[in-house]
Design a protein around this ligand. Structure first.
Ligand code: MG
Length: 327
């Protein structure tokens, strides 16, 4: 078996072979091994439930791949909702001709990432479709976790609250664009794809009113959405926004605003002002939050950015598709 064939999605012998010899080799666990029609899970209390699809192109990029992205992306949506990620579903849509060796690399990455995130893949599906061009692979996930604190409660946000970014911004978008060869110069920018639940596991929830991960559309999209729903605005301080030097250079050169570039490892936290210093201090002790920073304050009005000369501009919600197939 060196490439995926249409028969691998037939539901018959070919499918069995792919599931038993390839997929279970990496993802097998007490739930998945049973190959039931539906996983039997023991859950109680309030649950958070999310789903996502992953079509990133190319599927391997500096700092990650579609497997790592799908596990952390799904777990991050649970984590920033205030849940402890527990179970995932994982489905593949693969074109015929896709190399088994690449599928195995992705499965290994899913397995490694699931271990880091402490979640189990408990059900899944594989479909094989005809190819028209280059072979491709898409992943679809769902995730459930036990809800500990509702971190998506808009009315809990108050004027004077502080905005913290858990890391420097723009790395995922720039890394994927660079590997596609969209820049005429070399770069070593890596995706920031990581497990954001680490933040809540280590810090707890005290003083954190609201959280969201700044994926497609970046920090600008997240803050505009929160502003829309909460009726409050944000004043951001340009000089406080953490952007790595190489990302900053690329953004300047190619005319991107780092605030709209996608991240896969940045949480936007809205914190009670009496706790923000303590939260930031604890966060910067975590590996994934070394560059965390307090970047603004909740105020009435829209989302604005203040530069070091006191000039103010509106931060618009990005329109159109800036960076297609980034996640
Ligand atoms: Mg999200």
């Amino acid at each position: 078996m060196s490439i995926v064939k249409l028969s691998h999605g037939s539901g018959g012998l070919g499918s069995n072979k792919l599931i038993n010899e390839v997929i279970l080799k990496y993802l097998g666990n007490e739930f998945l091994n049973e190959l039931r029609d539906a996983a039997k899970l023991d859950v109680s209390g309030k649950l958070a439930f999310t789903t996502d699809s992953f079509v990133v192109s190319p599927e391997f990029f500096p700092g990650g791949d579609i497997g790592k992205l799908s596990v952390f992306g799904t777990c991050n949506d649970l984590a920033v909702s205030g849940a402890v990620p527990a179970y995932l579903s994982l489905s593949f849509i693969i074109s015929e001709g896709y190399k088994i060796i690449d599928l195995e690399k992705i499965l290994q990455s899913v397995s490694d990432s699931a271990k880091i995130a402490d979640v189990l893949v408990v059900c899944g599906d594989t479909k094989v479709v005809e190819r028209t061009g280059e072979p491709f692979i898409y992943l679809n996930t769902a995730g459930v976790g036990k809800l500990v604190k509702d971190l998506n409660d808009y009315p809990s946000i108050a004027e004077g609250d502080r905005v913290i970014l858990s890391s420097d911004i723009g790395r995922h978008g720039m890394a994927v664009m660079a590997v596609r060869g969209e820049f005429p110069i070399e770069t070593s920018i890596k995706s920031d794809c990581c497990n954001l639940y680490d933040i809540f596991k280590n810090l707890g929830y005290e003083g954190i009113r609201f959280a969201r991960d700044a994926t497609r559309g970046g920090v600008a999209a997240v803050l505009n959405e929160i502003s829309d729903k909460s009726g409050l605005g944000f004043e951001l301080y340009e000089s406080a926004i953490p952007v790595a030097e190489d990302v900053k250079n690329f953004c300047e050169f190619f005319g991107f605003d780092p605030l709209v570039v996608a991240n896969e490892g940045v949480a936007v936290l809205i914190c009670d002002k009496n706790f923000s210093d303590k939260i930031l201090k604890s966060m910067t002790g975590l590996d994934i939050c070394r560059n965390a920073a307090e970047v603004g304050i909740v105020k009435n009005g829209g989302v604005v950015l203040k530069n070091s000369f006191g000039g103010i501009r509106n931060v618009e919600i990005p329109s159109g598709e800036l960076l297609p197939r980034i996640c």
